[in-house]
Design a protein around this ligand. Structure first.
Ligand code: PMP
Length: 391
């Protein structure tokens, strides 16, 4: 059967990427991969999960295995509202909707806000998964200038902001760069957003994973009336749970709920109850510091290796949290072309180009460092340094 002619216009525009093809070899255990965006599996709280599944299936097995409400398990929504309120905002449970991973939040946001051709403001570069989710609905992206201190709010002029549906921002340890938006930039952003009457999507799966000190207050706490905040249990517990949350002004939450109902009815009942069982008595307060310590050590190993092995002309940032850093090669070099070479020496990274909505900078790349053992970080960075020096 000729299936292709049956595909929607939306499906036709999906292309498998050349980079994804190259990166398939990272499944080979001999490859030192700085490519994957996975959290460290050693940090998954297996014993607590086992105990929580047991408790949930002993206490209310039928409720845990039954369909449930679209907005989510009430005690978990209350827990999220309370936790987020401690950050300075006053969040009520009715503003919270539990989603099947924060990736689903991106899908719901796209469905609720984007019609073909609508203007969407994004950082430069930005999270690839968001571009994929939003692009299903064919927006017109405008990339906002960003640097070491995050998104530059001065670039949001009246003309840029005009008719924009929303600004998608990642203030904490951004994927892909690991950058954090400074206090000054956040304050400026709030000013500009108010001035131009913008709605902001704040994507924050990494905010808790700081190394030395907590990041400045969230955008949600500064202007809850115009922020949709996305959070996730993927990086603080485990991504296989597929559990995240959306916090929004109530009129928007209601739209998300209607949209989610059509998408998947609700998030896994048992996953929600198990996660609530794990977090309800403060487990994260002892668990997250262990992840911070692990990731901080990994970051130090990576930074040490880079300073030893990178030739002059290569630049990178010093992340203050999270799982990534961003490398910039001398002007004129193409990290995608170089990847095809270094992968033959069993080292991989993700080239920077797919993270740009417009005008990609081909000399950039993302390094993920939390799943690679220290000696392999040293060995892999040495190989990359030698390869870059030859170009
Ligand atoms: N947003 C960002 C910035 C991410 O890096 C990720 C995970 N790679 C997600 C959203 C999606 O996370 P999840 O669906 O696991 O919550």
């Amino acid at each position: 059967m000729q299936c292709e002619k049956l595909f929607s216009t939306r499906a036709h525009q999906l292309k498998s990427s050349a980079i994804r093809e190259i990166l398939k070899v990272t499944a080979n255990p001999d490859v030192i991969s700085f490519a994957g965006g996975l959290p460290a599996p050693e940090s998954f709280p297996v014993a607590q999960m086992k105990a929580a599944f047991d408790a949930v299936l002993s206490k209310e097995p039928q409720a845990a295995l039954q369909y449930s409400t679209t907005d989510g398990y009430a005690p978990l929504r209350e827990w999220v509202a309370k936790r987020m309120s401690s950050g300075g905002a006053n969040i009520v449970p009715e503003q919270v909707i539990i989603v099947s991973g924060s990736q689903q939040a991106l899908d719901l946001i796209a469905k609720v806000f984007i019609d073909t051709g609508d203007k969407v403001l994004v950082e430069t570069p930005t999270y690839l998964g968001a571009l994929q989710a939003f692009s299903m609905f064919q927006p017109n992206y405008v990339s906002i200038d960003s640097d070491e201190n995050g998104l530059n709010a001065d670039a949001i002029t009246a003309d840029v902001a005009k008719d924009a549906k929303f600004l998608y921002a990642l203030p904490n340890f951004q994927n892909p760069t690991g950058r954090m938006m400074s206090e000054e930039r956040r304050a400026k952003l709030v000013e500009k957003v108010r001035e131009h009457d913008l709605l902001v999507v704040e994507d924050d799966p990494y905010g808790e994973l700081w190394y030395e000190s907590a990041p400045p207050a969230s955008l949600l706490s500064r202007m809850p009336e115009r922020v949709i905040h996305m959070g996730s249990f993927s990086k603080v517990l485990a991504p296989g749970l597929r559990l995240g949350y959306l916090i929004a002004p109530i009129e928007i939450t209601q739209k998300f709920e209607q949209t989610k109902q059509a998408t998947d009815l609700h998030t896994s009942t048992i996953a929600q109850r198990v996660v609530y069982e794990v977090v309800k008595d403060g487990f994260l307060e002892e668990h997250i510091p262990l992840i911070r310590e692990r990731y901080k050590n990994q970051a130090h190993t990576m930074l040490d290796a880079l300073s030893h092995h990178m030739p002059s002309g290569v630049k990178w940032n010093q992340p203050a949290g999270g799982m990534f850093l961003w490398l910039t090669l001398p002007e004129g070099l193409d990290s995608e072309r170089i990847l095809a070479q270094v992968i033959k020496q069993n080292v991989a990274y993700v080239p920077g180009t797919p993270f740009y909505a417009n005008n990609p900078q081909h000399n950039t790349l993302r390094l993920a460092f939390v799943t690679v053992p220290a000696e392999k970080i040293q060995a892999g960075i040495k190989i990359l340094g030698q390869a870059f020096a030859k170009l």
